[in-house]
Design a protein around this ligand. Structure first.
Ligand SMILES: Nc1ncnc2c1ncn2[C@@H]1O[C@H](COP(=O)(O)OP(=O)(O)OP(=O)(O)O)[C@@H](O)[C@H]1O
Ligand SMILES: Cc1ncc(COP(=O)(O)O)c(N)n1
Length: 265
């Protein structure tokens, strides 16, 4: 019987299919792993923005999570849109109790369109209770600015920020530079060292779901037993390729898109 590694995404649904749970399942599947999904909430959303968010109760999220973890052999977990303090609390309690090994936290706060996806009061619970369980946290520039309460402009400021965020307890911090100009440089702070993970900037409007795709790819690579640095580098190659293949779906920022050409190593 074929063995397949199992990856769980805990995130919200994007009705237009480009970000959130839908992006995660596509990514994990493309990387030839099995995707389970605990849904935290549902967004009414398209490529132009989010019109409505409806969150599930903490209790119902907990039930989904326990049902999955009681049955499947999950090798890695990624979290995306968590929405409320109640949901973040429940997830932190369950994951702490279960001693999860490979946990990637994408601290989704605001969609590219500017719509809020995490309540303000949930941020301190996210940083105080979930970050310390994480293998990697993957803030974008705006999220990092909220986390350290400082503006970040230069690469050196990005380095300092990644280091400062690592004080919140994750094993590694990948500060994404997708929203800057020039090369797409992400900064990894891991084991007291900074690494610049760089790729050419792809000229495209179709960037919906880049953060979700990157964090799912990292989780999937960790599930395969890869170490943190190669798992992140391979995920960066994956998102760069998926950006090159972005498709014109919808009238706003279209989704990234994957080609069937990634062989398992
Ligand atoms: N135009 C681009 N060309 C190349 N790489 C990019 C581009 N835009 C984003 N990236 C890369 O995509 C990944 C996601 O980064 P980004 O900063 O966009 O995260 P995000 O804001 O969380 O994503 P999202 O836009 O989905 O919210 C990073 O590796 C980043 O460097
Ligand atoms: C359900 C959900 N989760 C995450 C994002 C962030 O992705 P993006 O910043 O690309 O809009 C989103 N838009 N929707």
């Amino acid at each position: 019987m074929l063995h397949i590694n199992q990856v769980l995404t805990i995130a919200g649904s994007d009705s237009s299919g480009g970000a959130g749970i839908q992006a995660d399942i596509k990514t994990i599947t493309m990387l030839q792993n099995y995707a389970a999904s605990v849904i935290t909430g549902v967004t009414a959303q398209n490529t132009k923005g989010v019109s409505e968010v409806s969150m599930l109760s903490g209790e119902f999220v907990k039930q989904q999570l326990n049902d999955v973890l009681n049955d499947l052999e999950i090798n890695a977990i990624k979290t995306g849109m968590l929405g409320t303090a109640e949901v973040v609390s429940v997830i932190a309690s369950v994951l702490k109790e279960r001693e999860i090994k490979n946990l990637v936290i994408d601290p989704v706060m605001v969609a590219t369109s500017g719509d809020r996806l995490l309540d303000k009061e949930a941020i301190s619970i996210l940083t105080g209770r979930l970050f310390s369980l994480a293998t990697v946290v993957t803030p974008n520039l705006t999220e990092a600015e909220v986390l350290i309460d400082k503006e970040i402009n230069t690469l050196l400021e990005m380095e300092d920020a990644a280091k400062e965020i690592s004080n919140l307890g994750p094993t590694a911090v990948l500060l994404k530079g997708g929203h800057r100009e020039g090369k797409a440089i992400d900064l990894l702070y891991y084991k007291d060292k900074t690494h610049r993970i760089s790729a050419p900037r792809i000229k495209t409007e179709n960037t919906h779901g880049t953060g979700c795709t990157l964090s799912s790819a990292i989780a999937s690579n960790l599930a395969d037993g890869m170490e943190i640095l190669p798992a992140i580098k391979k995920a960066k190659d994956f998102i760069t390729s998926s950006l090159k293949n972005g498709i014109n779906v919808g009238k706003g920022r279209g989704p990234v898109n994957h080609l069937w050409r990634f062989e398992k190593i």
